[in-house]
Design a protein around this ligand. Structure first.
Ligand SMILES: *Cc1c(COP(=O)(O)O)cnc(C)c1O
Length: 412
């Protein structure tokens, strides 16, 4: 076998996973790793969770795919569960396959909203404000929404209609809103960008500005959602009273199976009572593979487990354990632990240890952890991200933290 035929878009670690079991991953050499990466926050129930494997296999034997030309019962059941128990606000769901697609979907809804609620002269509004260090995906739309230059290098010209503002800066946001603005898109915790939580007063101000200026509040819950942050959705851990208009989801929703969705509020957008979700009628959007019976059956099993075991509450509790434990080590290379629930970032202090030429503190420490038997994930250049399964046994969590401690202690 050779990597010669695979497009080299990833800087891959020298590790070939062979098997997963709960919060352990095994490589082809038979080495065992504690998994705090979890497929980048996707395998929220760990690897090969029995009820999920069973649901997937059963559906695979019955009907995998049938097309959205027909009614898909699994979508209806899953959408109801997501609307009622996960988002908790009346609305409707569109199923897709990934986070980038979900974000492209809500950008489309925002643009259509900008046509239905145009500027004073009748021309459409189309600009979505996003934030520096955000991450929304790699498609042309979601890449343009992403407030990181390095993601966009040599793919310009970017899709028009985005403007980037510093995260948590209310005045800068207020100043950026113009007659062409139709929405504001943000993460409750910037995941890829360094595990930066939104400040409650900022999120409240965003919601307030959206109401004042007739803008859509768009939450990218791809990484934060589905109980990761200690509540069913990430923004609820920050400001439970805030009601977004659009929410994009993926990652944890499928428990490792490729799945994504976006939710659109039923809120009235005009005096006639037109529901926002009604502006996406037949023919307005689609996806051949979106919400297959196989994906829906698998996701349904995942979401039921998340809710039945109250894994949001568990994520909240274990997230506190991670924070307290890492901070209690009092290590000079640790700048503090940020994040919410089981989306945690260990800040690494620049200059407190030597980083090999060409590497970053986060990538370097991540490599050392892997060599020591712990899989984590960098977030930006200076943050090590810990995103274990939400059902990780406390004992395994402590085992992983023990490995992290020995790695960081050796550094110091
Ligand atoms: C991972 C991620 C995405 C992109 O999801 P894909 O499934 O890789 O397309 C978008 N937004 C956020 C916040 C993410 O963490």
């Amino acid at each position: 076998m050779s990597s010669e035929y695979v497009l080299p878009t990833y800087g891959r670690a020298p590790l070939t996973p062979a098997k997963g079991e709960g919060s352990y991953l095994y490589d082809t050499e038979g080495r065992r790793y504690v998994d705090f990466c979890c497929g980048i926050a996707t395998c929220c129930l760990g690897h090969c969770y029995p009820a999920v494997v069973e649901a997937l296999c059963k559906q695979a034997h019955t009907l995998m795919h049938c097309s959205n030309l027909y009614r898909v019962e699994g979508q209806e059941e899953l959408a109801e569960l997501i609307v009622r128990e996960i988002v908790g606000i009346p609305g409707r769901v569109f199923f897709c396959n990934s986070g980038a697609e979900a974000n492209d979907g809500i950008i489309k809804v925002a643009r259509r909203f900008g046509h239905r609620r145009p500027q004073a002269d009748g021309s459409p509004r189309y600009e979505v404000i996003t934030f520096n260090k955000s991450f929304h995906g790699r498609t042309l739309g979601s890449m343009a929404a992403t407030g990181q230059k390095k993601i966009q290098i040599e793919f310009d010209p970017m899709l028009v209609g985005f403007r980037y503002v510093d995260f948590n800066d209310i005045e800068a946001l207020r100043a950026a809103i113009s007659p062409i603005t139709c929405g504001i898109l943000l993460e409750a915790v910037q995941g890829e960008g360094g595990v930066n939580p939104v400040q409650p007063e900022f999120l409240r101000a965003v919601a307030q500005l959206c109401r004042e200026k007739d803008l859509l509040l768009m939450m990218d819950e791809v990484q934060c959602g589905f109980c990761r942050c200690g509540t069913t959705m990430g923004w609820k851990a920050v400001c439970p009273e805030v009601e977004p208009d659009l929410v994009s989801c993926a990652k944890g929703i499928g428990g490792g199976f490729p799945m994504g969705c976006f939710w659109v509020s039923n809120r009235a957008i005009d005096d006639a009572g037109t529901e926002l979700s009604s502006i996406m009628g037949p023919g307005s959007h689609g996806s051949t593979f979106g919400g297959t019976p196989l994906a829906c059956a698998t996701s349904l099993a995942v979401v039921r487990e998340l809710l039945a075991q109250n894994l949001a509450e568990r994520a909240k509790r274990l997230g506190e354990v991670v924070k307290r434990e890492v901070e209690s080590w009092g290590l000079p290379c640790v700048e503090g632990v940020r994040g919410l629930g089981l989306l945690r970032g260990v800040g690494l202090r620049r200059g407190s240890f030597t980083v090999p030429e060409g590497s970053t503190p986060a990538a370097y420490v991540n490599n050392l952890c892997r060599e020591a038997g712990l899989l984590a994930c960098p977030a930006g250049e200076d943050t090590l991200r810990l995103i274990p399964a939400l059902n990780i046994p406390e004992e395994t969590l402590r085992e992983g933290l023990g490995i992290l401690r020995s790695v960081l202690t050796r550094l110091a």
